[in-house]
Ligand binder design. Structure first.
Ligand SMILES: Nc1nc2c(c(=O)[nH]1)N[C@@H](CN(C=O)c1ccc(C(=O)N[C@@H](CCC(=O)O)C(=O)O)cc1)CN2
Length: 299
C-alpha cells in the first residue's frame, strides 16, 4: 500500500511560514500584503474556492478583498476593475477566479493584470519566465507550484534520472507543471487526449501527474510499481456506495487500486487542492515583499 501524501499538512506548513513572513513585513516595513480576489457569476464550486481563499488570506494577516460581480458583467467592466486594482498600491495580488461565465473571455482579462500582481502566474510574462527556466523572478501558477512542493518533500529537489508523465496540457496546470518538472531535471512527457496508448505511456512514469478532469480515469494498470502519483483532478460523482443520495469528491486517479501499486499517492480531497490555496498565499506575500524591494522569503 502506498504512502498517502498529506497535502493538508504540507499546506499548513506553507501558510504558517506565510503568516510569519507577513507579520515580519508588517513589523519591519509597515506593509500589509493585500490580495484581491475577483469572482463573476454564480458557480457554486467557484464561490466555495473563493471563500476559502479569502478566509485563508485573513488568517495569514493579509488585507483580503473580495469582488463579487454579477453573471451579466461585461468584458469591459471586468477589465476596468482589473485596471483599478492594478493601480491600487494596497493590492499586491490580483486573482480572477476561473472559469468565467461563457460570454467572457478569460485570456484578455488575465493579460490585463500587471505581471507583478499576477499571483495566479498565468500572465505571459510569468509563463514565459517559467518556460525559459527563470524560476526566481516571476510568479508561478499555484497548483503546479504546490504539486512540486509535495514532490520535493517526497523525492528531493533533484529529479534527475526520473521519468515524469503529465496528463493534461492546460495553461493553468499541465504546461507549468511540465516546465517545473523539467527545471528539476526530470525527463518529461506531456500526454493528453490525443496521445496514442496513454496507459502504456503512463506505465513508463516514475512520477505520474494526472490533470485530465475525468473521474478515476487512471487505473492500476497505468501505474508503474513504485511510482509517485499526483492527482490534480477534482470531480464530483454520485455517492452510490454509501446507499444514500448526494455526491462525493474523487480525483482523476482510481485511488484504492492505484494506491496498491504506487509507492506514494496524493488523495482527493486532501492532496494537491489545499496546496493551491497555500501557494496563492505564498505568491501574494512574495509580491508584497518585492513591491518594497525586500528579499523574498523561501517556501
Ligand atoms: N484563477 C484560478 N481559478 C482556478 C484555479 C486557480 O488556481 N486559479 N484552480 C481551480 C480551483 N481552485 C482554486 O481556485 C481550487 C480547487 C480545489 C481546492 C481544494 O482545496 N480542494 C479540496 C476539496 C474542496 C472541496 O471539498 O470541494 C481538496 O482537494 O482537498 C482549492 C482550490 C479552478 N479555478
Amino acid at each position: 500500500m502506498a504512502d498517502i501524501i498529506d497535502g493538508k499538512k504540507s499546506a499548513a506548513v506553507v501558510t504558517d511560514a506565510v503568516s510569519e513572513a507577513a507579520g515580519r513585513l508588517h513589523r519591519e516595513a509597515g506593509l500589509q500584503p493585500g490580495l484581491a480576489v475577483v469572482i463573476v457569476g454564480n458557480d457554486p464550486a467557484s464561490h466555495a474556492y473563493v471563500g476559502a481563499k479569502s478566509r485563508m488570506a485573513k488568517k495569514c494577516g493579509f488585507n483580503s478583498m473580495q469582488y463579487t460581480l454579477p453573471e451579466e458583467t461585461t468584458q469591459d467592466e471586468l477589465e476596468q476593475l482589473v485596471e483599478k486594482l492594478n493601480a491600487d498600491p494596497s493590492v499586491h495580488g490580483i486573482l480572477v477566479q476561473l472559469p468565467l461565465p461563457g460570454h467572457l473571455q478569460s485570456e484578455p482579462v488575465i493579460q490585463s493584470i500587471r505581471p507583478e500582481k499576477d499571483v495566479d502566474g498565468l500572465h505571459i510574462v510569468n509563463a514565459g519566465k517559467l518556460a525559459t527556466g527563470d524560476l526566481a523572478s516571476g510568479l508561478i501558477s499555484c497548483t503546479p507550484a504546490g504539486a512540486m512542493l509535495l514532490l520535493r518533500d517526497r523525492l528531493g529537489a533533484d529529479l534527475s534520472g526520473l521519468n515524469a508523465v503529465v496528463i493534461g496540457r492546460s495553461n493553468l496546470f499541465g504546461k507549468p507543471m511540465g516546465q517545473l518538472l523539467l527545471a528539476a531535471n526530470a525527463t518529461v512527457t506531456m500526454a493528453h487526449s490525443r496521445t496514442k496508448d496513454l496507459p502504456a505511456v503512463c506505465r513508463g512514469a516514475d512520477i505520474l501527474v494526472a490533470a485530465v478532469g475525468r473521474a478515476q480515469m487512471v487505473r492500476k494498470d497505468w501505474v508503474k510499481p513504485g511510482a509517485t502519483v499526483i492527482d490534480v483532478g477534482i470531480n464530483r460523482i454520485a455517492a452510490l456506495e454509501k446507499g444514500e443520495g448526494g455526491t462525493r469528491l474523487v480525483g482523476d486517479v482510481a485511488f484504492d487500486e492505484c494506491a496498491a501499486v504506487a509507492s506514494a499517492i496524493t488523495p482527493v480531497p486532501g492532496g494537491v487542492g489545499p496546496m493551491t490555496i497555500a501557494m496563492l498565499m505564498a505568491n501574494t506575500v512574495i509580491a508584497a515583499y518585492r513591491s518594497v524591494g525586500r528579499p523574498i522569503p523561501k517556501f
